[in-house]
Ligand binder design. Structure first.
Ligand SMILES: O=C(O)CCC(=O)C(=O)O
Ligand SMILES: [Fe+2]
Length: 428
């Protein structure tokens, strides 16, 4: 049985020994300015203070206590100072309260692997209060403890999709940084698309939204002649046991793109596949993410979308507002849904991309940006979405139990990149 457990408990003890890493942090920040913005002097001061405690001659138990208290008490203040340095617009006492709730919630997550609703709420608030700067700060801090997997692990790995071959890893990642998404030149092969489509046609799906006349039928197969709701979702557990999906999530070129973008290790947080239908004949359904929104389920993440049906402007292209992952205007910094008009008023039509494509089209997107699935006028769209994030903090996720008999690609990948499969369990 593979042991792939993420042990978040290692995070806090690692924080306590942060002083060893001051130099590395400075180098890291210098190399990753796009993540952090500017070097936070106040954070470096806390690191120095921690170092002083470490070098003092008091006994070890006392030392640990002091380090811990200093970290807990100072970190919110450090973030407050950092926010001032960064000229975060909405800095206020609410910012401070949210930072405290976040830090406490993160500590709880480290101990239990679970995020409280309050901590998740504070994480979402911090995003829009700081226009995303908090998230960049936190991911840069996290990268100190969970650095990227080294390049050599990738070089001899089967990159079964070969996704970085045509444009090269750095070019792809730079494009995601600048624009918010990358459309791969490579496509998923016809054979794999055919097999996965067949699988989705036979799968019992959960319908959303639920309409009263079908409320007794919990799971249904998608029937293209008679759709009964806007989306039909395949069960995540069932999806994870499909060999083509296993090979897909084992693909090391996806993991290498994602971790390069984050600047730290990446883990697969959600695995989904769903049919979108023309049930509402062109009208958008908010609960099916057909109105503009930004995703905030974790601090830093990337969604990889794969079209399994050809997607045109009329059958549900993924719509993405270029550049909106970097900054949003004050008037749009809130939770919720946004009208096309609100988005257009600020960004202009020329930044609102409709991503159409043939079967097998693969997109990697930072859906911190404004995005939506366009409401369908006819036929259907079958899509896969793989969500990678820096950790499992944030919205509730479900663990996945895999049956024995994984594909070779997935067992190899789990062995090399255990962190990336933290929520997976194998065997009985
Ligand atoms: O359907 C799409 O293209 C977008 C889906 C989405 O944004 C979401 O699930 O949050
Ligand atoms: Fe979304």
């Amino acid at each position: 049985m593979l042991k792939t457990k993420l042990n978040p408990k290692t995070f806090l003890p690692k924080i306590k020994s942060i002083f060893f890493k001051i130099q590395r942090y400075q180098m890291y920040v210098a190399k990753n300015k796009h993540l952090v913005g500017t070097i936070s002097e106040s954070l470096l001061n806390v690191l120095h203070e921690l170092n002083n405690i470490h070098q003092s001659s008091i006994e070890d138990v006392k030392k640990q206590e002091l380090l811990y208290v200093l970290f807990k008490n100072s970190f919110p203040k450090v973030l407050w100072n950092w926010a001032t340095e960064q000229k975060v617009k909405s800095i206020s006492i609410r910012f401070y309260d949210n930072v405290i709730a976040f830090v406490e919630g993160y500590e709880q997550y480290c101990n239990t692997g679970m995020t409280s609703p309050e901590a998740n709420h504070s994480s979402r608030q911090l995003y829009w209060m700081t226009d995303g700067k908090f998230n960049n700060f936190w991911v840069s801090f996290y990268g100190l403890f969970f650095p990227k997997y080294p390049k050599y692990l990738f070089s001899d790995q089967a990159r079964n999709l070969g996704l970085t071959e045509s444009r090269g890893l750095q070019n792809i990642v730079q494009e995601i940084r600048d624009k918010g998404y990358h459309l791969f030149d490579e496509k998923l092969s016809r054979e794999i698309c055919d097999r996965l489509t067949k699988f989705a046609e036979n799968a019992l799906c959960k319908l959303a939204p639920h309409y009263p006349d079908i409320s007794t039928e919990k799971y249904l197969r998608y029937d293209s002649d008679n759709p009964k709701s806007v989306t039909y979702r395949v069960d995540e557990q069932e999806l994870a046991n499909n060999p083509d999906i296993q090979n897909l999530i084992a693909d090391s070129s996806i993991i290498s793109v994602v971790q390069e973008y984050f600047g730290c290790r990446a883990t697969l947080r959600d695995l989904s596949m769903w049919w979108s239908t023309a049930f509402l004949k062109g009208d958008a359904d908010s609960s099916s993410a057909q109105l503009y929104h930004w995703d905030g389920d974790s601090v830093k993440f990337i969604n990889v979308f794969i079209y399994l049906t050809e997607v045109t402007s009329q059958n549900g292209p993924h719509c993405f507002v270029r550049g909106s992952h970097l900054t949003k205007p004050l008037s749009l910094l809130r939770d919720g849904r946004f009208s096309d008009q609100e988005i257009e008023n600020f960004y202009g039509k020329e930044h609102m991309d409709e991503i159409v494509g043939k079967r097998g089209t693969i997109i990697a997107a930072d859906t911190r940006a404004f995005h939506k699935g366009k409401a369908l006028e006819h036929s259907e769209r079958l899509i896969i979405m793989l969500t990678f994030s820096m950790d499992l903090f944030g919205a509730t996720y479900s663990s996945i139990q895999l049956s024995d008999g994984l594909t070779d690609a997935l067992s190899q990948s789990m062995k090399h990149f255990p962190y990336s499969y933290s929520k997976f369990r194998v065997g009985k």
